[in-house]
Ligand binder design. Structure first.
Ligand code: GUN
Ligand code: ZN
Length: 431
């Protein structure tokens, strides 16, 4: 067992933050070998309960749950910061050519470590990731994640049409490959598989039908895709699938809306779409830096809360501009505030943080597993140094309550805040 004394942030079942300025986190092994949180609470209350366990003191530091990124593209590391007039030309001119390079397994293997290092440096310990259409890109990311003991979920992209040579796959083979990858990786150590149709325009009806059949056959496998991101894309989907009520309904019509289905963006929705998300238990991966960068639009947090469907935060790198959960939370705040195209609201700092940790875990149906530090959760956590820059030191020292403390870090924070990261109770050391 190990014990850490520091400020301690975690969330209750209602999503309210619990914070102990002088807290104790105790971790220890479960019978299956995973390192779990054994106790979390005020140091004064817990210190006597673990005689013989040495306490590691981290004065001035804050322990918080590892962040959960609900949507990121492993092969788009080098796509970050590529300007385009909108989603479709960005895909055509930058994304597909970069993803085509992953036909070479050595390229994927070379980048997997860099990608995971970048996530971890920023305090992200679990992600739901797109690979490319090449099955070997999944093998590369999964193998490297397994080596590090990460809880990582990923999938091979399905795209058998409207895609250039080099990334386009073959309908039958793509489904055979997906099932083989499920057998190889899903449930191995802490890894999970996600069936990954890129988006409706890139998939034939046969491919979507096959993906839906796999989703029914493997109910605890995840599904990930994109929906209602950009108005040109929405118009295109309407032409391609005239029988479906809306873009989201296309996925419903092919059996791809259910619990553990995560859809990136969900911007151009009406209330019927929102009600369908709720009814199916599907979740939105809200990607605000990407939506601002590509000019896609503004996720309607008020609509999501009013109708009540699951949602959490995501970087969407490389459409997104940063791996940093702090940058993503700040962008989510801006997007929430926007009040010209939808009702604007001010997301509280505690809510923003929850949406990128315990709330994101709930969207994945992994609540009580990751994204929190309650007893029984896996011991993935970050140690934050709130005095990592002169201005942050000033601001956080002056904070009068938890919201002020968290907001200072959301607004001013980046990777410098993340002093160390623990994966499954063990410190991660960058190579
Ligand atoms: N829609 C289809 N593919 C993509 C992608 O790679 N990124 C984003 N943001 N949207 C997409
Ligand atoms: Zn994306």
């Amino acid at each position: 067992m190990r014990a850490f004394r520091a400020g301690l942030l975690r969330f209750d079942d209602e999503g309210r933050a619990q914070y102990d300025a002088d807290g104790l986190l105790v971790t220890g092994p479960a019978p299956d070998g995973r390192q779990l949180v054994r106790a979390a609470g005020p140091y004064a209350r817990l210190q006597g309960n673990f005689p013989g366990v040495a306490v590691e003191s981290l004065p001035g530091r804050i322990i918080a749950p590892g962040f959960v990124d609900l949507h990121i593209h492993f092969p788009q590391l080098d796509v970050i910061g590529s300007p385009a007039p909108g989603l479709l030309p960005w895909l055509e001119n930058y994304t597909f050519p970069h993803e085509a390079r992953f036909a070479d397994p050595a390229h994927a293997e070379a980048l997997a470590g860099f990608f995971l290092d970048e996530l971890l440096r920023h305090g992200v310990t679990t992600a739901l990731a797109f690979c490319t259409s090449h099955p070997s890109s999944v093998d590369a990311l999964m193998a490297e994640s397994e080596r590090r003991g990460l809880r990582m979920i990923a999938g091979k992209v399905l795209q058998d049409r409207h895609s250039p040579d080099g990334v386009r796959d073959q309908t039958e083979q793509s489904l055979v490959d997906t099932e083989a990858l499920i057998s190889r990786w899903h449930g191995r150590e802490r890894l999970g598989y996600a069936i990954t149709p890129r988006f409706a325009p890139s998939c034939s009806e046969a491919q979507l039908r096959g993906a839906g059949a796999l989703a029914a056959k493997y109910p605890d496998v995840w599904i990930q895709s994109h929906v209602a991101e950009n108005l040109d894309e929405v118009r295109w989907v309407r032409e391609l699938f005239p029988a479906s009520r809306s873009y989201l309904s296309v996925y419903e019509d092919f059996g791809l809306l259910r619990e553990r289905a995560l859809y990136a963006h969900c911007i151009h929705f009406d209330d019927e779409d929102r009600a369908l998300m709720r009814a199916r238990g599907a979740a939105a991966a809200v990607s605000p830096t990407s939506n601002l960068f590509l000019g896609s639009g503004f996720f309607d947090f008020e609509g999501a809360q009013r109708v009540g469907f699951l949602h959490g935060l995501a970087s969407d790198v490389g459409g997104g501009t940063s791996f940093s959960p702090f940058h993503t939370m700040l962008a989510a705040y801006y997007v929430g505030r926007e009040g010209q195209t939808k009702p604007g609201l001010s997301l509280s700092p505690q809510r923003l943080w929850w949406l990128h940790t315990a709330g994101a875990a709930q969207a994945l149906r992994l609540d009580g597993v990751v994204g929190n530090l309650q007893p029984g959760c896996e011991a993935d956590f970050v140690v934050l140094d709130p005095a990592c820059t002169p201005l942050l030191a000033r601001k956080t020292a002056a904070a009068r309550d938890l919201d002020e403390l968290l907001f200072s870090m959301i607004v001013l924070g980046d990777d410098r805040l993340v002093e160390s990261v623990h994966i499954g109770g063990r410190p991660w050391i960058a190579a």
